[in-house]
Design a protein around this ligand. Structure first.
Ligand code: PLP
Length: 628
């Protein structure tokens, strides 16, 4: 799943290959060095950011965009296609300012544009595209009211190449009225509801009963209405979207072929068609299986995707003698997923500390005395079976003893120390018999609901691996449990159908305060935009890490601390400043001491997450990698 951007280096750390396969060995960016640089509060240049840390990699973003463009370019040239590819980025995948600005900048040589699905997204897209080339599309999707349509028309009047895509037939009347009122002629697109149906999770977007788009009858009615209004020249684009993560090129070609027929029919009816917008759906290989049979993968790469699209459009247009349209795609997932890595720390594991052995040995008589008769006889049977080497019987008696003692505890006839001793004894027996649960729970400094909401909401799996110690065999199986007080806040399903991850024992790490650092990869699309404030854990700290020339391998070009407790409280309409004053007042009334106001201020200013080992230890980044 990591190819061609992530690899393991000689130090056993995960390294980023910012230019994909073209990356030279000395250009690889060691993620542990990035963590060190970002979190170290003491060394020169250390930024002292708290984890979790989102590492953005603009070079990877550039490489993705260029690769997508190159794939279409190749398909167009090799098939003799008569027009060009001009994509747009659907900002809903990640509206982060720097991502959008990067995409506009990197895409400028190709006329790459943006897609918006709401008024707020349209405003941000309009602003960003003022720096793009003039031909870059501004595609306006989503349900629209008059304000949205007016804004899109205003964008058109500012020479932004804006297309209003009708999602519903009724939007046409508003477009016509608003354009007359403002005196701005619109360029209109239609979203078609295709019959081709995507069978995977995202398939509900598609098919005759799909949520969006115009039916054949509605498409015809819009075309006729525009003709009556002498506005058929405004209709220039046909759009469809059959769902994200399209599993195979067979399904893709089927959908594109159907849309291309509608495109040709609209051209035949007199519309000034010139763009076919194939929506999103270009999938990525989350599990590395490269298989259309897995929900977490797709059975094609960029080249196969582009080839299938170009051939399907070309074949329909050639048959109907229609000029080849500009091909636009709205690829979001495939563009931004790889560009960020979320790094978080495992702070403890369920059995990190060896449980003190029950002190039964020295107090056996007292221990046995306190047990009820039935439990005492279980204990003796257990010991006899152990001496005879009858291990199955041993396990049965241990289980029975434990259950009985829990009942006695609930009835109030067994003390806490005795129950603890029985637990310890039974754990010891399980361990000796090799039947102890081999899966440990690693507590991680993260909120699942904030940082990987799709895992919780739709079962999306992301590759998760330690970012260091790959030169040591992982000896433990683990699942991850987050900081939220919610039983859903755990990762217990992993890539490849695994129910645990191979992990290392905590505490055996290298320089970063002995911390154990894990990375979640391929989460650059949707996760940040969807994540919430469960338990008031805000987003992570963010660094933007670029390839640097000269002696330094990377440069941190932007560092943003994650939201503080005050920030997340403010997001829920609390007033941290007022709260602080009230608490300070209360502390004074209680004569709580001089240290209290300072501790309160610190709490409001700190991130809600735990202080990680590297920040706490303040280790020095002796190799001084990176620049500010
Ligand atoms: N365009 C539209 C209309 C969408 O609904 C979506 C997402 O579902 C996209 C583009 C982006 O899709 P993807 O992330 O699969 O490229």
């Amino acid at each position: 799943w990591g190819a061609p951007y992530f690899c393991v280096n000689a130090a056993g750390d995960i390294a980023v290959r910012p230019h994909g396969a073209a990356t030279l060995p000395h250009q690889e960016i060691d993620l542990m060095k990035v963590v060190k640089k970002a979190s170290d509060p003491k060394s020169a240049g250390g930024l002292g950011l708290r984890l979790p840390l989102l590492v953005r990699l603009p070079d990877v973003l550039k490489h993705r965009l260029e690769s997508l463009h190159a794939a279409f370019d190749f398909a167009i040239r090799s098939n003799g296609y008569g027009s060009r590819y001009q994509g747009v980025y659907p900002v809903k995948c990640n509206q982060d300012r720097y991502i959008v600005e990067d995409i506009v900048e990197f895409g400028s040589p190709f006329g790459f544009g943006l897609e918006a699905g709401s008024k707020a997204e349209l405003l941000l897209a309009m602003n960003s595209l003022t720096r793009a080339s003039l031909e870059a599309f501004l595609i306006c999707n989503g349900y629209k009211d008059e304000e949205y349509i007016a804004l899109a028309l205003v964008a058109r009047s500012m020479d932004l190449n804006t297309v209003i895509v009708l999602e519903q037939e009724e939007e046409l009347d508003t477009v016509v009225e608003t354009s007359h009122r403002l005196g701005i002629r619109p360029v209109i697109g239609l979203r078609a509801k295709l019959r081709t149906k995507h069978s995977g999770h995202f398939g509900s977007t598609s098919g005759e009963k799909g949520k969006f788009g115009l039916t054949t009858t509605q498409i015809l009615s819009v075309a006729q209405k525009l003709q009556r209004l002498e506005m058929l020249d405004c209709l220039q684009l046909l759009h469809f979207h059959i769902g994200s993560q399209i599993p195979s090129t067979t399904l893709l070609a089927d959908g594109v072929g159907e849309a291309a027929q509608i495109y040709c029919e609209l051209a035949r009816l007199g519309a000034a068609m010139r763009v076919i917008d194939i929506g999103g759906g270009l999938g990525i290989d989350y599990d590395g299986s490269h298989s259309s049979g897995s929900d977490m993968s797709v059975g094609y790469g960029l080249e196969e995707y582009a080839g299938a699209v170009v051939r399907a459009v070309m074949s329909a247009c050639d048959r109907k003698h229609v000029r080849h349209p500009i091909i636009c795609s709205e690829s979001g997932r495939a563009l931004v997923s790889h560009h960020s890595v979320l790094i978080f720390e495992a702070v403890s594991s369920s059995t990190t500390k060896a449980e003190p052995l029950p002190s039964i040995g020295s107090n056996l008589a007292y221990f046995l005395d306190e047990l009820a008769d039935d439990a005492r006889s279980d204990y003796h049977n257990l010991m006899a079976a152990a001496l005879d080497g009858e291990y199955e019987t041993c396990a049965l008696y241990a289980d029975q003893l434990k259950r009985r003692c829990i009942d006695h505890f609930k009835d109030g006839v067994l003390g806490l120390e005795h129950l603890a001793a029985v637990d310890g004894l039974c754990d010891l027996v399980s361990k000796e018999l090799g039947v102890a649960d081999p899966v440990k729970t690693y507590h991680v400094n993260l909120s699942l609901f904030t940082s990987m909401p799709d895992f919780w909401a739709i079962g999306q799996l992301f590759p998760i691996v330690p970012i260091h110690r790959h030169d040591q065999r992982p000896a433990v199986k683990g699942i991850l449990s987050d900081l939220t007080c919610d039983s859903d806040g755990k990762v217990d399903r992993f890539i490849g159908g695994q129910s645990s991850l191979p992990l290392h024992e905590l505490g055996g790490g290298d320089g970063l305060g002995g911390g154990y650092y894990l990375g979640m990869f391929l989460g650059g699309a949707y996760q940040e935009a969807l994540g919430g404030l469960h338990n008031l854990f805000g987003g992570p700290s963010v660094v933007r890490v670029s390839q640097a020339d000269g002696s330094h391998c990377f440069a941190v070009t932007l560092a943003v601390p994650g939201p503080s407790c005050a920030d997340v409280l403010r997001a829920m309409q609390h007033e941290p400043e007022v709260m602080f004053e009230a608490l300070k007042h209360r502390a004074a009334e209680c004569a709580a001491g001089d240290a209290v106001p300072r501790a309160l201020a610190l709490a409001f200013h700190s991130m809600p997450y735990l202080v990680c080992a590297a920040t706490a230890a303040g280790v020095s980044a002796s190799d001084g990698e990176g620049t500010d």
